[in-house]
Design a protein around this ligand. Structure first.
Ligand code: ADP
Length: 621
């Protein structure tokens, strides 16, 4: 009927739908410019329709026709984004006017009959104002403007002379004026109202609005008289946190129930806005604190989002990597930092449980120890500590050990020589012979330790600069041959699988053989008699991969990351002799050849050491 007799003749093109669900479909297919819906509809109410449309991303002005103008419905409708109301019963012109309010340039309207629905019009107008206020209020995040806007809106909506917003002073329990409109400033600053014997306190205590309407002025505080007044409580989760009030001191224009309703609705929005603003204030404060901590921290902190775009780069990070410019946020990491090691670190995928750590050397010879972690829901963060002093200590310690080892070697050689001579210069008994053997064994162990230390010192110092294309097939064969006897004595089976076409590695052949030997010796040592040992090699993507595996005792998971440290021996090593330096030498050699080494091991099942070295690719002449 509306389509045929009201909207159609007024020049609008109208589509109709019988119920909420088909309304939803119509909107989806035809994307209209305006929706007019009854609140009461089968299956889906008009309000649910608006809510659904909003969820689906439609933002189409909507007029709700309803006979229920309860406060709950009005507030819910406004929250859902309803643009206007038309209350039943209504006349054709009321509807056309509502349309006109949304589209001021729409076709001409029939002349409005005098005095028709003026009350309804006033109400709709007020509701529209309230809707607008609510929108701007909930968008504001600073507490001060929020409070001022609330009071300003209260005065405008009710046409009152003055408005005030009172909050509770936590210390004294009294109400004080937090924001005012048209109040005498001096008065507003000093006004304090007791909770027990004031009208504002009454609204708080009873959690209901309080009104006053009298021909004679009423005293609300010392020397403060008003004629009409409304106080509505600000209720947050059922608890009153303050009072919103309007009053008239001079005019005789009393407030009505509508005004109380409007103020109550406004108070609801005010509470949401106050809540938002305080949350925002709190978050801002926390952010400032965090900023202060990060900007003073000596550690380098870099935070990126899931697309490797910078979220945070603290001053220490800027200093370390010579980052220039102020607004780095949102820029790709590679545009901000050029240090390759940092980019490599962030290129790692640290969600596979592996530790994402790396040492990063800076131009000024400082060394940072970087740790990359996933920050759930944000991205990834790298925290880097300056370990230059530790590096220096390590160097001094290594120098010391190398010097001492060197000086120990000559006296030890002398001891060994003389002990071996004892038997030749005269007869010795069985017990003496046994003691001599023990001395020889101990001196040999110390000599082995010293040799390992000296080797490691040499590798770490980078003395072996001499490199040539080395066929790993031969290196492995020599290392295996040297262990044959050892293998046979332990009755262990060895499988060797090294393809003929394995590419060369650019390096020092003796060191590479030493690396394979150390791994093989360990495999033999930590595998019981008759166990299986295998050495396999293959190439992949310009890399040579060597795997030494055994069916031995395995390494406890918690200690697997530590076995490459100097002198570290895992709990499984009790029965075997050793210095704890073999794998440090392996790691030193591999790293000197720009490779990587790691272990995969299961306790009681065996271990596999994997070495990856760059293949030597001859440059075309
Ligand atoms: P060690 O002289 O003690 O063998 P290494 O540096 O060669 O010193 O090895 C360090 C530790 O790693 C060993 O003490 C042992 O606990 C463990 N380990 C090394 N290789 C193996 C292996 N193949 N199987 C089990 N554990 C091993």
């Amino acid at each position: 009927m509306l389509a045929d007799y009201v909207l159609g003749p007024a020049g609008y093109e109208v589509l109709t739908a019988e119920d909420g669900n088909s309304g939803l479909e119509t909107v989806r297919h035809f994307d209209p410019q305006l929706i007019i819906t009854d609140y009461e509809m089968p299956e889906l109410t008009g309000l649910e329709l608006v809510e659904k449309l909003k969820q689906n991303g439609f933002d189409i002005p909507t007029i709700l026709i309803t006979s229920d103008n309860s406060q709950e419905l009005v507030i819910r409708a406004m929250r859902a984004g309803v643009s206007d109301f038309v209350c039943k019963p209504f006349e054709a012109n009321d509807l056309l006017e509502a349309v006109k309010r949304i589209w001021p340039d729409s076709p001409t309207l029939a002349p409005k009959p005098e005095a028709s629905g003026s009350e309804l019009e006033r109400r709709v107008c007020e509701l529209r104002a309230l809707g607008k206020i609510a929108k701007s209020l909930t968008a504001e995040l600073d507490l001060e403007p929020v409070l001022n806007q609330v009071v300003d809106a209260a005065v405008r909506l009710t046409g009152a002379e003055e408005g005030s917003l009172l909050l509770v002073d936590e210390e004294s329990g009294e109400l004080y004026m937090r924001a005012t409109q048209n109040f005498d400033q001096e008065m507003a600053r000093n006004l304090r109202l007791k909770m027990s014997d004031s009208l504002a306190g009454e609204a708080m205590r009873n959690r209901t609005p309080v009104t006053l309407s009298s021909a004679n002025a009423h005293k609300i505080a010392t020397a403060y008289l008003v004629k009409d007044l409304i106080y509505v409580p600000l209720l947050s989760n059922g608890k009153a946190i303050g009072v919103l009030g309007v009053d008239n001191r001079f005019t005789n224009r009393s407030f009505d129930r509508e005004h109380v309703r409007m103020l109550t609705a406004l108070a609801d929005y005010a509470v949401i806005a106050i809540h938002n603003a305080s949350l925002y204030e709190k978050t801002e404060h926390e952010r400032d604190t965090l900023d202060a901590v990060l900007s003073r921290a000596e550690d380098v902190v870099i935070l990126v989002d899931t697309e490797n775009k910078v979220l945070l780069c603290n001053p220490a990070a800027r200093g370390a990597f010579d980052v220039e410019g102020n607004s780095l946020e949102g820029q790709p990491l590679a545009d901000v930092i050029s240090h390759e090691d940092v980019l490599d670190l962030f290129a790692q995928n640290c969600d596979d449980g592996r530790d994402c750590t790396r040492e990063i050397e800076l131009k000024n010879n400082k060394v940072l120890y970087a740790h990359l972690t996933i920050v759930e829901g944000v991205g990834r963060a790298a925290v880097m500590q300056d370990i230059s002093h530790l590096k220096e200590l390590d160097r001094i310690k290594s120098d010391f050990v190398t010097t001492v080892s060197h000086d120990l070697r000559s006296p030890l050689t002398a001891i060994l020589g003389y002990v071996e001579l004892i038997g030749r210069v005269g007869p010795i008994n069985k017990a003496q012979n046994e003691f001599i053997n023990r001395i020889i064994f101990s001196v040999q162990s110390i000599t082995a330790l010293i040799s390992d230390l000296l080797e490691l010192g040499r590798i770490e110092a980078g003395f072996d600069v001499d490199r040539k294309p080395t066929p790993m097939r031969f290196v492995i064969r020599y290392a295996v041959e040297a262990q044959r006897q050892h293998l046979e004595s332990r009755k262990q089976a060895l499988e060797v699988d090294v393809p003929e076409g394995l590419p060369n590695v650019l390096g020092n052949p003796l060191r590479l053989k030493q690396m394979v030997t150390n791994l093989l010796e360990n495999a033999i040592k930590y595998t019981p008699e008759r166990g299986q040992i295998a050495i396999r090699a293959h190439s992949d993507n310009d890399m040579v991969i060597i795997e030494v595996s055994d069916s031995g005792v395995g390494i406890p998971p918690a200690q697997q990351t530590r076995i490459f440290e100097k002198f570290f021996r895992a709990d499984n090593a009790d029965s075997a002799t050793g210095t704890g330096l073999g794998l440090s030498i392996v790691k030193g050699i591999v790293e000197q050849h720009d490779g990587r080494v790691w272990v995969e091991s299961k306790l009681g099942e065996g271990s596999t050491f994997i070495v990856v070295l760059p293949a030597y690719v001859p440059q075309p002449v």
